[in-house]
Design a binder for this molecule. Structure first.
Ligand SMILES: [Zn+2]
Ligand SMILES: [Zn+2]
Length: 260
C-alpha cells in the first residue's frame, strides 16, 4: 500500500492526489495533505521535507480553527488575549501538530515572512510559539498562515498559561473521581457481603451513607467541568456533548441519593 508523502498514513483506495516533486511522483492521502504540500512547494518551503525527521500530522480541516482566525479580526478580542509591550505585541501560541525540528524551522520561517512579524520562536518540546509583532492587526494573519501549512494554533496568554493549567485541573478531577469510585465500590462489596452475614444495621447504614457522601464529592467536584460546560451550552442555546453527560451524572446522583 502507498503512503501519503506528507503525513505517511496509508492512501485510501481510489484516492487520486499527487504531484511531482524532486524527480518523482508524490501521492497524498487526502485533499488537505495535498494542499499543504502544494503550498509548501509553491512557496519555496519544500526544504521542510528534506529536514523533517517525523511525518507531518494528517491534514484535518478544522472549522474551529477557521472561526478562531476570524474571531481575532475583532480588536476587542485581540486586546483581551494579546500582550502589549511598549514596543511590540507578544502573541503566545500553543500549536498542535509540531512533530520535529523541521516543524520549528517551518513555523518560524513562515511567520518571519510576514511584514508585521519582528521575531518568532517555536519550541518543539513544549509546542509553544512566541510571535512578536509590530501590530496586533497581524494576529489573524499569523493564525491563518499556520493553518494553511497544516498546524493548529491556539492563542494563550503567557501569564495565565491556560492550556497547561486546564489540562492539569482536569487530570486532578479525574484522579479524585477514580479514587472515590474505588472506595465506593469497596463499601458496596462490604454491603453485599454484610447482607449475607446479617451485618449490624448501624454498620450497613454507615457504609451506605459514607458511599453517598463520597458520591456527592465526585458529583460536585469531579463533574464540575461537565456542569459548567453544559450551563455554557444552554446559555448559548445549543446542545453540546456536556449537556447529556451532565444530565446523566445529575440524574444518576439523584436516584442513588433517593435510594440511600
Ligand atoms: Zn496525508
Ligand atoms: Zn516536523
Amino acid at each position: 500500500m502507498n503512503h501519503c508523502f506528507h503525513c505517511e498514513e496509508p492512501i485510501p483506495e481510489g484516492a487520486d492526489w499527487s504531484f511531482e516533486w524532486n524527480g518523482s511522483l508524490r501521492q497524498f492521502c487526502c485533499a488537505g495533505c495535498h494542499a499543504i504540500a502544494k503550498t509548501l512547494v509553491e512557496n519555496g518551503l519544500d526544504e521542510y521535507y528534506r529536514r523533517r525527521t517525523a511525518p507531518a500530522v494528517k491534514a484535518a480541516p478544522d472549522e474551529n480553527a477557521i472561526e478562531l482566525a476570524k474571531a481575532y479580526q475583532d480588536p476587542n478580542i485581540r486586546k483581551a488575549r494579546v500582550i502589549t509591550d511598549h514596543e511590540h505585541i507578544e502573541l503566545h501560541l500553543y500549536v498542535e501538530g509540531i512533530r520535529c525540528s523541521a516543524c520549528v524551522w517551518l513555523i518560524e520561517k513562515v511567520c518571519l515572512e510576514l511584514p508585521a512579524v519582528i521575531d518568532c520562536q517555536a519550541n518543539a518540546m513544549t509546542h509553544r510559539v512566541l510571535v512578536k509583532l509590530t501590530t496586533d492587526e497581524a494576529v489573524p494573519m499569523v493564525l491563518e498562515r499556520l493553518q494553511t501549512i497544516g498546524y493548529r494554533p491556539h492563542v494563550i496568554r503567557a501569564d495565565e498559561d491556560s492550556t497547561v493549567r486546564e489540562d492539569r485541573a482536569l487530570l486532578k478531577r479525574l484522579g479524585v473521581a477514580g479514587l472515590v469510585a474505588m472506595q465506593t465500590m469497596m463499601f458496596a462489596v462490604g454491603l453485599y457481603v454484610g447482607d449475607g452475614q446479617d451485618m449490624a444495621i448501624e454498620h450497613g447504614r454507615f457504609l451506605r451513607w459514607t458511599s453517598a457522601l463520597l458520591a456527592c464529592v465526585v458529583v460536585f467536584y469531579a463533574a464540575v467541568p461537565f456542569f459548567r460546560g453544559a450551563w455554557q451550552n444552554l446559555q448559548h442555546r445549543r446542545l453540546g456533548m456536556d449537556v447529556p453527560v451532565a444530565l446523566a451524572i445529575g440524574s444518576a446522583w439523584l436516584v442513588s441519593m433517593v435510594n440511600t
